[in-house]
Design a binder for this molecule. Structure first.
Ligand code: FES
Ligand code: MG
Length: 578
């Protein structure tokens, strides 16, 4: 803790506006707290710290957060704060349909408005499953009161037939083996029971660990917090420390706007690349930066990917799991390896700089956390493509793709929707071979809606049975960070708004050139103009409710898929209290 930081006077705390005045309204606020059995001295003159909890019975990754909130509460009380637990929307990645991505912005709004509408001085954000981290951070950044992020932590490792098994990554691998007949049904059912061994987020370098680690690199968590397994005793200890630290952060007025500078965001990008992080981060980071008033572009991130190789040997780029990463020193050790590329003077939630936080960190297992001299992959975690198929950009994760496709020409096989793809992909007469480029459209932010993780199109059954395990795939959808394969994602503008992806036809020749950063369809401009004239925008069935609001306001993938009216860092007025 930064002991030299002067303490703000009590009268400056937000909660004092609710609790301190000697008037009828404040009398009612105090009365209602006493109604819950609280004594005056438990809440008077203390920072009110919200524990924003994304626990739910349908969020396996957050199953332990209800009891973890108790640890946070302990820390808050010991440090002299008044803890209040506030539930927020729980985005359990696998259960929420059509996709949690629709609700990331909903959660961001909920966090922001919870913090604004209630007498809250600071907050501990409890979450970790994919969209939860960006959603909570985006809301907290927009509210801009002191907050600390407490990552849910990864689940325990599993092993199968002597090999590490990773959540997500091996689900698809085993499915492909099952479809191909290499796994029988009893084994398939055994795997169902053992692959996700404990509460906690995916143990691969999927979107969850990518985003919690980025949050840490940007200075929003305690040092090392994002790597602690959910079921390790260090986890509740870390949670308690988050509670204590949140109280001090209120006294120090250590707000996100003081932490999330341009340089801090860039540190997040460096971590993203060194981790071999999920392509989803390319959307979330743009959105997080946007809330802080910082313009982050795909090209800036892709440039960093060319100078920061993948050092974390984790699925899907490598072959280890988060527990191994933790034993090897966790994120601080990884950051120490790329320290020359980081802005070490960035302030963090500890009140100290990033450089101070990682000063004594080093990798204790060079197999898991590699050095710059011996990276897991020099191919990079992100590349941006442009061309007549994706004028505003598309992304690919070279480190999780097959280099044989990095220069590729193939015939397009186009699916108009995910339902169309599912209906046809396994037909025995499907006109497809391993050089075919599988294309899925109408999977974007508006088209799907919500840009689901459909971009890792399955390999057609007949090719799986022939031993094919990867193909070039192109879509305006996203892909799970736990997945691998040569998938061009986030094609922008998306088909549903008339992007050129809407115009490609089965049989067109598609050309990818990763070195040149290009993705094109070999179709003449005249022919494209003719197809455009005949194109009709799809009519979406969402005429009411949140999904309608989302569709009407969501930005494209290269802009972060935030809602346009939530962008920017213009202050919103505090609520009047009377
Ligand atoms: Fe929650 Fe992977 S499903 S982190
Ligand atoms: Mg995921």
């Amino acid at each position: 803790m930064a002991t030299s930081t002067p303490r703000r006077p009590l009268s400056e705390l937000r909660s004092q506006r609710w609790l301190a005045p000697d008037d009828m309204r404040s009398f009612a606020h105090r009365q209602r707290l006493q109604q819950m059995g609280l004594r005056r001295e438990e809440f008077m003159g203390r920072p009110v710290i919200a524990i924003i909890n994304t626990w739910s019975d349908l969020s396996p990754c957050h199953a332990h957060l209800r009891e973890r909130a108790d640890a946070v509460r302990r820390g808050i009380l010991l440090a002299g704060g008044f803890p209040v637990e506030l539930p927020a929307m729980s985005l359990g990645e696998v259960m929420v349909k059509p996709t949690t991505m629709i609700y990331r912005n909903f959660l961001a709004m909920e966090v922001e408005e919870l913090l604004r509408s209630l007498p809250i001085d600071g907050a501990v954000l409890l979450g970790g499953c994919d969209k939860t981290t960006p959603g909570m951070l985006m809301g907290a950044i927009s509210m801009d009161i002191p907050v600390i992020f407490c990552p849910a932590g990864p689940m325990l490792n599993d092993r199968h037939r002597g090999h590490s098994v990773g959540a997500g990554t091996h689900t698809r691998m085993f499915w492909d083996d099952y479809v191909a007949g290499a796994i029988d049904q009893p084994e398939w059912i055994r795997l169902e029971a053992k692959m996700t061994r404990s509460p906690g987020t995916c143990n691969t370098m999927g979107t969850a660990s990518t985003m919690t680690a980025i949050a840490e690199a940007m200075g929003m968590t305690l040092p090392g917090a994002s790597s602690i397994p959910a079921m390790d005793s260090n986890h509740p200890r870390m949670a308690a420390q988050c509670g204590a630290r949140a109280v001090d952060m209120v006294w120090e007025d250590l707000k996100p706007s003081r932490i999330l500078t341009r340089a801090a965001i860039d540190n997040g990008v460096v971590a993203y690349m060194a981790l071999g992080g999920s392509t989803n981060a390319a959307i979330h980071l743009v959105a997080i930066a946007g809330r802080a008033g910082i313009n982050l572009t795909l090209d800036q991130m892709a440039r960093t990917a060319t100078t920061v190789p993948v050092l974390a040997n984790l699925f899907p780029s490598g072959d280890k799991l988060m527990e191994d990463f933790y034993y090897a020193g966790g994120l601080p050790a990884l950051l120490a390896e790329v320290a020359p590329q980081l802005a070490l003077d960035c302030l963090t939630v500890t009140g100290r700089t990033l450089g101070e936080n990682i000063a004594s960190a080093s990798s204790t297992d060079a197999q898991v956390i590699r050095s710059l001299a011996e990276p897991v992959s020099a191919l990079g975690a992100l590349a941006v493509l442009r061309g007549n198929l994706c004028p505003d950009g598309a992304v690919i994760k070279p480190s999780a793709a097959n280099p044989k496709f990095f220069r590729h020409r193939g015939r397009a096989l186009v699916f108009d929707s995910n339902a169309d793809m599912l209906a046809r992909i396994n037909q025995s007469d499907l006109d497809v071979d391993e050089d075919t480029v599988l294309i899925l459209r109408n999977g974007g932010p508006i088209g799907a809606p919500g840009m689901p993780e459909w971009g890792n199109l399955p390999i057609p059954k007949k090719l799986l049975q022939a031993g094919v395990r990867d193909m070039l795939r192109v879509s305006d959808a996203r892909m799970s960070g736990t997945h691998y394969g040569t998938c061009v994602l986030h094609v922008t503008p998306e088909a549903a708004v008339g992007g050129p992806l809407a115009l490609v036809a089965t049989g067109d020749i598609i050309e990818l050139d990763l070195d040149a950063g290009s993705l094109n369809m070999m179709v003449s401009d005249d022919e494209l103009a003719r197809r455009r004239a005949a194109w009709q925008a799809p009519v979406h069935p969402y005429r009411r409710g949140y999904t309608r609001l989302y569709i009407e306001h969501v930005t494209q993938a290269d802009k972060g898929c935030d809602l346009d009216f939530l962008l920017g860092n213009e202050p919103t007025p505090e609520p009047p209290i009377f």
